[in-house]
Design a protein around this ligand. Structure first.
Ligand SMILES: [Zn+2]
Length: 496
């Protein structure tokens, strides 16, 4: 695509001082667990789960409120249930089949057993991971409904976002979530094996989880626990969370650290981890770094849970990150832990369509995290190496099949290609942007991005507009080259 570079300076947007941007003006000893309210009506999930760990089954009831914020009446609403991708076949990149199914093939599902809207039974049509709820009465603009779903689920004995081993069971992207409705309509994508094929609005969650007494339950949000003679009930409350995730184990051992700003970091492990102090210290350093670059971490706690994952060595969820057991025990630097913590800002707080625009959270998180592990000179050198590596690959005539940041998840056939584009090319773009705007200008962009889109969804155009407004520069050609061209734009400052 041709790009007409005007070279003219854009009229600066409102002058914004980075120090004025955070929702919390400074770290307080006890950070508020209640972020600033979103402007749109927020959906509320009230969920009751009963987990039978030996059988790896779950029965549940979920009540979710939904408001029609469009000007049109709605005839249906849609729910995504990713676990149903694991009911048959193998929704895993071929590269990761061995790790995922280390214990053999196993299947999982989440089956809807009842559905009603405002207490009237409704028709449910399930197509793979997409659940259509046909409304018996149209939902008029600005009207609200309450959907009640009963379900039964089975957790497969696999290393994946939802999975299990002999030590623990974990539930990532487990709960059915409302599909996003935006200017393009309902987002009812099938499950893709590449990337993180998820796109959700921030919502409020109240989840109660019943387990046998000897199980430790960890999850998204503030937790309280009660017990009957034979059952433990763990209740979680989270405000404006992008999803709800949890893990259970009767072997979890807790190690904790309270940061200087009062955030509780809880590390739960089931194997003999020798570097717990390093893990907790790195987690604090990561929270501090991302807070300093964007805006203070606005939650009370952060949980790190040992689980078994496939190729990904960590997985981000609101206020909880899953880290693969083997990686946790063998990695020296644990860069993935810092990465998943960075996703608290880019994915959880500022949402984006991770199917269409994975670079918005992966590329940006990967670039910002570099400052935790290296100096500016280290980063310059690493980016030059990454650029040279990627340039060699992108000039190969046959491979990879996808070269652009505008490539959606379903355009990739190998995880390594997806990684090279949305992580490496994405990171290089934000490195180049930081070089273009300067250190202060880039931080101003990040602060403004947070101020505009915290707990909302940002589109690529939103991100570009924010960069242009905060810098006063016309960045049309810059972003067009990095996002849409097959080849790489020049390395900043001519390279080494
Ligand atoms: Zn990531």
């Amino acid at each position: 695509m041709l790009c007409a570079c005007s070279g003219t300076a854009k009229t600066p947007g409102p002058s914004v001082s980075v120090s004025e941007l955070p929702l919390q003006e400074s770290h307080s000893p006890t950070p508020s667990a209640t972020p600033a309210p979103a402007l749109q009506p927020v959906s509320r999930y009230n969920v009751e789960l009963t987990v039978s760990p030996v059988e790896r089954t779950v029965t549940g009831i979920m009540r979710v409120s939904f408001t029609n914020t469009t000007p049109q009446p709605m005839f249906s609403i849609y729910i995504n249930a990713p676990l149903n991708a694991f009911e048959s076949g193998s929704p895993v990149p071929e590269e990761f089949n061995g790790k995922t199914y280390a214990n053999g093939l196993d299947y999982g599902y989440i089956h809807i057993t009842s559905a009603d809207v405002d207490n009237d039974p409704v028709q449910v049509n399930v197509t793979g991971t997409v659940i259509e709820i046909s409304l018996s009465e149209q939902l008029q603009p600005n009207n609200r409904l309450e959907l009640r779903l009963g379900f039964e689920a089975k957790v497969p004995m696999i290393n994946h976002r939802t999975g299990a081993n002999e030590h623990a069971i974990w539930f990532g992207n487990f709960l059915p979530t409302l599909a996003v409705y935006d200017e393009f309509g309902w987002h009812t994508e099938p499950y893709y094996s590449m990337g993180d094929p998820f796109y959700t609005e921030a919502a409020d969650y109240n989840v109660s989880i019943s387990t046998p007494l000897d199980y430790i339950v960890v999850g998204t949000g503030e937790q309280t626990t009660s017990a009957t003679p034979d059952t433990k009930v763990s209740r979680f409350s989270a405000t404006l969370a992008r999803d709800f995730a949890f893990a259970i184990s009767n072997e979890y051992v807790l190690s904790t650290l309270t940061t200087k700003t009062g955030v509780y970091i809880d590390l739960y492990t089931y194997t003999d981890i020798t570097n717990k102090d390093y893990v907790l210290t790195l987690a604090e350093k990561s929270l501090d770094w991302f807070s300093s670059q964007i805006s203070p971490y606005p939650f009370q706690q952060l949980v790190i849970a040992e689980v078994g994952l496939f190729g990904s060595i960590g997985m981000e969820y609101p206020q909880i990150v899953f880290i693969d057991s083997e990686y946790l025990r063998t990695s020296e630097k644990l860069e993935s832990l810092a990465h998943e913590i960075g996703h608290q800002w880019f994915y959880n707080i500022i949402g984006n369509n991770q199917i269409d625009n994975a670079w918005m959270d992966e590329g940006l998180t990967t670039f910002v995290q570099e400052g935790i592990f290296g100096s500016k000179a280290d980063i310059n050198s690493k980016m030059w190496d990454n650029y040279s590596y990627l340039e060699d690959i992108l000039t190969e005539p046959t491979e990879p099949t996808t070269r652009r940041l505008s490539s959606r998840l379903n355009e990739f056939t190998k995880w390594s290609d997806y990684y090279r584009i949305h992580y490496l090319r994405g990171e290089l773009m934000f490195y180049a942007l930081a070089e273009e705007l300067g250190e202060d200008g880039f931080k101003q962009f990040l602060g403004e991005y947070y101020r505009r889109f915290a707990f909302k969804i940002a589109t690529p155009e939103d991100l570009i507009d924010t960069a242009e407004d905060s810098s006063g520069q016309d960045l049309t050609c810059f972003f067009d080259g990095w996002i849409n061209d097959e080849t790489l734009p020049p390395f900043p400052n001519g390279g080494e």
